[in-house]
Ligand binder design. Sequence first.
Ligand SMILES: O=C1O[C@H](COP(=O)(O)O)[C@@H](O)[C@H](O)[C@H]1O
Length: 236
Amino acid sequence: MSIIVANGTAEVESNLKNILEDVSKVSIEEKNIFKIGISGGSALKYFTNAVLAMRKDFSKWKIFFCDERVVPEDSEDSTYGTVKRGLLMKNIFKDEQFIKIKPDLNASEAAKEYIQQMEQYFKKGAVPEFDVLLLGMGPDGHICSLFPGHKLLDETSVWVAPIEDSPKPPPCRITLTLPVVNNARNCIFVATGEDKADIAKKVLIDKDEQLPAARVQPNSGNLYWIVEKAVTKYFD
Ligand SMILES: O=C1O[C@H](COP(=O)(O)O)[C@@H](O)[C@H](O)[C@H]1O
C-alpha cells in the first residue's frame, strides 16, 4: 500500500493525474483499452480536475461507475449526470465511452442490466479486472455504496448489487461488490478534509475491518491512498 500525503487539494489532483497517466499508458500499451471505474462524491471532483489537467488522447478510455444512484440523469445525485454536465460538455469524452445505468429501471433491474453491459468488456465467468477503481471514503468508512454493517458487504455472488436502503440518500443505488473491488489492478483512494481524519485513522492505522474502506485489500493489484495532510491528523 502506498500512502501519498498531499499538501492541499491541488496536490491531491496532481498526484491522481500522475498515477492515472502512468497506469492508463500501461493498460493501453498492453491491451489497447483502459477500463476505469469512478466514484461519486468528492472523488468525482478530483477525477474531473485531474483529467482536465491531462493533455492526452482519451479515446481508449472506458469509464464505468463504482456505484451509481438510481435517479434521473438530470438529478444532482446522478454521478453520470454530474460527469455529463462537466467533462462531456467540455468534449473530453464521448458519451459512448461511459458504461452507465439505465435510470428508468428499478435498482435490482438496473444492477442486472449493468452486469450485462460489463460482460461486453470483461471475461464472462471470471471476476472483472478493472485497470483502476477510483474510490472515495465516506465519513462512516463506506466505499462505493457498501456501508458498514450492511449485508451487501458480504455479497460475493454478483459483480454488481442493488441497494434500496442506503443509509446515505438517495436510498436506491447499484454498487460493485467487494470481490470486484479487490480484483482491480489498481485501487486509488482519494480522501480530503479534516472531517475524514478520524475515520482515516480507524481504516489506515487501526485497520478496523468492520469498515468497508479497510476491506479494500487488492488480491494482487496496487493500493494507493492519496490523502490531504489534514486527513493524517491522528496518524502519530
Ligand atoms: O455516496 C457516496 O459516497 C462516497 C463517499 O463520498 P465523499 O463525498 O464523502 O467522498 C462515494 O465514494 C460514493 O461513490 C458515493 O456514491
